[in-house]
Design a binder for this molecule. Sequence first.
Ligand SMILES: Nc1nc2c(ncn2[C@@H]2O[C@H](COP(=O)(O)OP(=O)(O)OP(=O)(O)O)[C@@H](O)[C@H]2O)c(=O)[nH]1
Length: 599
Amino acid sequence: MSLRCPIVCVLGHVDHGKTTLLDKIRKTRVSQREAGGITQHIGASEIPIDVIKKVAKDLLGMLKADLKIPGLLVIDTPGHEAFTSLRKRGGALADIAILVVDINEGFKPQTIESINILKQNKTPFVVAANKLDLVPGWNSKDVPFVLNFNEKVQHPNALTEFEIRLYNNIIKPLNELGFDADLFTRVEDLTRTVCVIPVSAKTGEGIPDLLLMIAGLAQKYLEDNLKLDVKGPAKGTVLEVKEERGLGKTIDAIIYDGIARRGDYIVLGNPDGVVVSRVKALLKPKPLDEMRDPRDKFKPVNMVTAAAGVKISAPDLDRVIAGSPFRIVPKDKIEEAKKEVMAEVEELSIETDEEGIIIKGDTMGSLEALAKELKKRGVKIRKAEVGDISKKDIIEAHTYSKINPLYGVILAFNSKILPDAKEELERYSNVKIIQGNVIYKIVEDYEEWIKKMEEALKSDEFEKITRPAVIKVLPNCIFRKSKPAICGIEVLCGTLRVKSPLINEKGKKIGFVREIKNKEQENIKEATAGMQVPISIEGNIILGRHVKENDILYVDVPEEEVRKMVHEYKDRLREDEEEALKMFIQLKRKLENNMFWGI
Ligand SMILES: Nc1nc2c(ncn2[C@@H]2O[C@H](COP(=O)(O)OP(=O)(O)OP(=O)(O)O)[C@@H](O)[C@H]2O)c(=O)[nH]1
């Protein structure tokens, strides 16, 4: 059995030190004179097991096991976006993850989002408790943590500060999320307890401990289920499609299983079908000391064994997108490979709804992660597509916003707005675009937009609702008996608006308010409680006969609108409007002999 390197991803909250930690890991070397160090791949760095064993020689006893894996392949791009983009059939490509948490700041939204994503994918992880050098009083050096963690090196106060931060900022929040966690030196069983490894990406303290614990965990978890057994043709995922001088379109890819050979056929799965091409070259980065001309960055190889990052040059890669799964196979296996990659694409594809919003992403994986977060919240997605925001997207969003204004939005993860789409956007101000490179932030911004839109739509609706009012016909103020009837009234409570339908206490329809005038005899739209105003009424009534002085009249609010006011808009009614509504409901219940009227 030939074991492959486990693939490692680094996740964590912004600014907690993922990039700095990766840089530090990439610089790990045994010593200048001894051979060995990190091998640079395309998009990843390989740390051979010998290097790990040497830098962590003082801690090897802790593992109680011999390390048989050939090393670790650490993906160079940090962040959970990279983690989710790197997919293979059945889940994440990364076998193991390092969750970076600033030991001084503790858990933050993206820390929790990262853990949720790891949970979803059942990816084992260790926690790198970073920025150890910033723990007050801590004497941080470029040595393994275990050698630096004692009273000979550290002041007792620094040790106390460290323990407090370790517990409050890392262990306790992990416990709250349901994980057993402890400082790695205190962990008995790596598969049951999350290992916390204090590190400083700045000084290099703890990096050997971190590498050793990941190697140990990877071996424990993965060797048994043979997940690391390399066999058959290469399986991989596209990291990026890149134009390269002299080579044309190339793809940067991670190969996670099998062996890729130059001259074989690459079979890629896209949402719109399969692409088959012949592998012209497999390229690895040239080591710096061999790179005489910076334009000549790559070294061709005949064969690549998983796990590895590699650049693939082949004709006809135009339709390929980041996140596409692929196989590299001999000619007679092409048909079989086609079926396999299509099955993978289908697994990745997102179920869409008849109506809903549009989402875009830079890779299939990121799109899927965004879709998952939205579906959890019950958001309907009509179209989910890899690529930049096009003119067509804007027009579609505009069309669907007419069905429901809340559909007039495009959520875009790491996608740009194409120039002609920008022009279109200026025409359609009702289309909203929410862009970003953090899933939770996009979702948060979207929810905020929804809230604002709903409020705006509600005020629109509220404005259209017939307001309740109770009015009294004033004595000696009947100015005209009919067609239209004109009289002076007082609004006892509520808001009397033009066009309101009126009934009397017996439920008889009186007519509609045609005009309301103020003291200056100008038309006004409404009169509120306490106001005495002349109004004209349109309807077949005669004042003095059907309606008399001192009669009480009510605005006849439709039952549907009464319900809306009772259930949705109560807090928006004034006290006297509420009173008018209450009086009107009581009247209707009495007239209709129905105690449930208006509920
Ligand atoms: N003192 C100290 N500073 C650190 C350490 N690790 C990272 N930093 C600093 O913290 C800041 C953020 O580090 P990055 O590595 O950019 O953080 P990141 O998590 O990769 O951030 P994003 O790439 O923006 O998500 C930088 O100013 C680093 O120099 C550490 O161990 N100690």
